[in-house]
Design a protein around this ligand. Structure first.
Ligand code: PMP
Length: 362
């Protein structure tokens, strides 16, 4: 592991070292087939087993109700921004969007092109530095579904208590915090996530769908964009991203070996505390973007006193072997993404680096 970088990339991001090693061992001859997973037919029994094991592992880890569908799609979470309204925004109904950052905005933008929408609540006024309180959420009549972004990768805020929307289907983009802590999946009509943060490499999008949503779906949606196409065919209607799904299955095995989501959540809290504590004890040298009770355990966003000092911090961090600490190009500053696979040790080393930099420049 000596040559592994301190990788704080926002996504694609660090993968567990053990997973990479396993994939390397199995690469050229998977289970005695004489070929890699990439070279197997997606219709072969060997591949099918990988595929179904990945579904079963996800169901087990997230405690997904038995009747929910788990799909492996392509096009990233961004494609779901469009396919959700294509399927679930019926004529005469409105889709409610909770706006907590750039990804909520992008999701909302797609829905607006396809039908009527409204904003349930927004924290844009304070540059998305917090999650709205539950009593700020206002639902309108005739709502087809409510959409939220569970973790705001760019602004560094995260939902810890989800709204109870009753009969209104709740749909969540969990791209950047899926698998980071236990959640009650039965509260959601649909959960989706691009894989490239906590699940595996980019190229796979996971969709978890409550079965009654299929009955609500619009007719006349083209085949590849219909959820029922993928449900009926177990995500094998066309060629799925087989290698990505295989990597996902390895990551899920690894997550189980860590003790599941409870254990990962505990570790994630400890990792985040290492860095938030430095911010909090810095007397304003480091300025966290998010309000304390909305702080993400996955993406830690902070600024320094001036852009000049930020540049210096980032340059020295790079020199010291840290990767990916630049804030998103739309907000600037710094961001440390500490997904499941980022080791405690990397967070520890970063927190020491931050203290050291403050001593020299404070
Ligand atoms: N939603 C969130 C919360 C994200 O962080 C991202 C990507 N960083 C996306 C959606 C877009 O995902 P993709 O690139 O897979 O389309």
């Amino acid at each position: 592991q000596a040559q592994r970088a301190y990788n704080f990339n926002a996504g694609p991001s660090a993968l567990p070292f053990a997973v990479l090693e396993k994939a390397q061992q199995e690469l050229v001859n998977f289970q005695g087939t004489g070929m890699s997973v990439m070279e197997l037919s997606h219709r072969s029994a060997t591949y099918e087993q990988v595929h179904n094991e990945a579904i079963a592992s996800l169901k087990e880890l997230m405690n997904i109700p038995e009747d929910y569908h788990v799909l492996f799609l392509q096009g990233g979470a961004s494609t779901q921004f469009a396919t959700i309204p294509m399927n679930f925004l019926a004529q005469g109904k409105k889709a409610g969007y909770i706006m907590t950052g750039s990804w909520s905005e992008k999701a909302h933008k797609e829905a607006k092109m396809l039908g009527e929408t409204y904003v349930v609540a927004s924290t844009k006024e304070t540059n998305y530095n917090r999650i709205p309180a539950l009593d700020e959420l206002k639902y309108e009549d005739n709502t087809a579904y409510v959409h939220l972004t569970s973790n705001n990768t760019i602004f560094g805020t995260e939902w810890f208590t989800f709204p109870d929307t009753g009969d209104l289907p709740l749909i969540a983009d969990m791209s950047s915090d899926i698998l980071s802590h236990p959640i009650d999946v039965s509260k959601f009509a649909m959960i989706y996530a691009g894989a490239q943060k906590n699940l595996g490499p980019s190229g796979v999008t996971v969709v978890i769908l409550r079965p009654d949503m299929l009955e609500r779906a619009n007719a006349n949606v083209p085949t590849m964009f219909r959820y029922d196409t993928h449900v009926k065919n177990n995500s094998l209607y066309n060629t799925p991203p087989t290698f990505g799904i295989y990597m996902l299955s390895l990551v899920l095995e690894w997550a189980k070996e860590q003790g599941g989501l409870e254990a990962l959540a505990k570790m994630n809290k400890e990792k985040a505390a290492l860095i938030y504590d430095v911010i909090d004890q810095s007397e304003g040298f480091y300025r966290g973007h998010a309000e304390k009770d909305s702080r993400s355990l996955m993406n830690i966003t902070f600024r320094l006193a001036s852009e000049e000092l930020e540049k210096k911090f980032l340059a020295e961090a790079k020199e010291a072997g840290f990767v990916g600490l630049n804030g998103h190009r739309s907000v600037g500053g710094c961001r440390a993404s500490i997904y499941n696979a980022v080791p405690y040790e990397s967070c520890k080393v970063l927190s020491e680096f931050m203290k050291d930099f403050m001593k020299k420049n404070g």
